[in-house]
Ligand binder design. Structure first.
Ligand SMILES: C[S@@+](CC[C@H](N)C(=O)[O-])C[C@H]1O[C@@H](n2cnc3c(N)ncnc32)[C@H](O)[C@@H]1O
Length: 296
């Protein structure tokens, strides 16, 4: 099946290249608010966040921490709002997000990104559907220095639970998608019983990319292809258009290509273009004639 693919190097807070209702599925993993590796990306997108971090250094205000967290989610909310606009009626949005734990100004706390994104998405108009917990088997609890356990070792009550799951939040725009009876593409996209039983259960145990990833992939926190592949096969049919507004190393584009879906990916960091094209080329065995790269 002929599909087409676009990579747009630019900020997805505005997706002016895309018409209203033109996309069937969004699959993405944004930068995670309050996870240190993404601080500079948020500060670059919204200069107010950089100012707030500086202010935090100068005062001890919990209020400033809350303002930073809010501002990071405001950044993401603009993308969720645009996603709502470009999704077709019945289109789905799948967001891989982890919560964050962090000690800021001496206070350790959880930043529950998944619940904030759910609240914001509902305000935008999305319907929340049951979510998936991605349990990473690579996160082994350890103790004494190198471990995942935080707090006071074996003494109650001040130790903290380890975060070893991420969320895959699922939302729908509008009503259920409609198809003609016996729609050919839809029937050709059917999954098997074994796939249905595994994919539609709430806990997924899938290894992270950490062991196999290149340095650049690590820096973009690429998700495993298996995650993108399951979501694309669960929530779209062959010939559909899949959007990733935070493309990173290009995982979603590669998987869409391999599964007869068209794709559009936005990535703000132009330095990632060689990584993206390399990943796509490897995936397609060098037969890409239908790839458009747009630099804003
Ligand atoms: C967590 S990574 C995505 C990883 C991706 N799923 C993969 O497998 O490689 C998030 C990416 O979003 C990009 N980004 C952050 N804010 C953006 C924005 N507003 N518009 C476009 N890209 C953005 C970052 O540069 C980063 O590469």
């Amino acid at each position: 099946m002929q599909t087409s693919h676009k990579i747009i190097l630019g900020n997805s807070q505005q997706m002016s290249e895309l018409a209203d209702g033109s996309v069937h599925l969004m699959v993405t993993s944004p930068p995670y608010p309050m996870i240190e590796m993404w601080d500079s990306v948020f500060a670059k997108t919204e200069p107010k966040i950089a100012e707030l971090w500086q202010k935090l250094g100068a005062d001890d205000g919990e209020e400033t921490v809350t303002q930073i967290y809010d501002a990071m989610h405001d950044c993401l909310a603009k993308v969720w709002q645009e996603t709502y606009r470009v999704l077709a009626d019945g289109g789905l949005a799948c967001i891989n997000i982890g919560d964050a734990t962090r000690r800021v100004n001496g206070k350790f706390q959880l930043f529950p990104n998944h619940s904030r994104i759910t609240e914001i998405s509902e305000k935008i108009g999305f319907t929340t559907l049951p979510y998936i917990l991605w349990k990473k088997p690579t996160t082994k609890p350890k103790y004494k220095g190198k471990g995942a356990f935080l707090g006071s070792g074996f003494l109650p009550p001040n130790a903290y639970v380890t975060l070893d799951c991420e969320f895959i939040l699922i939302f729908r725009k509008g009503k259920l998608r409609k198809f003609q009876a016996k729609d050919k593409q839809r029937y050709e996209s059917a999954f098997t019983k074994a796939q249905r039983d595994e994919w539609f259960s709430q806990i997924w145990e899938i290894k992270g990319t950490r062991q196999t990833a290149t340095e650049l992939e690590r820096r973009t926190a690429a998700y495993p292809e298996e995650i993108a592949e399951r979501l694309i096969k669960m929530f779209s049919i062959k010939g559909d258009i899949v959007l990733d507004p935070f493309l990173g190393s290009g995982t979603t584009t590669k998987v869409a290509m391999q599964n007869s879906r068209s794709s559009i990916g936005y990535e703000m960091d132009e330095n990632l273009l060689p990584t993206i094209t390399k990943k796509i080329n490897n995936g397609s065995l060098g037969t890409i004639s239908n790839l458009g790269i747009i630099k804003r």
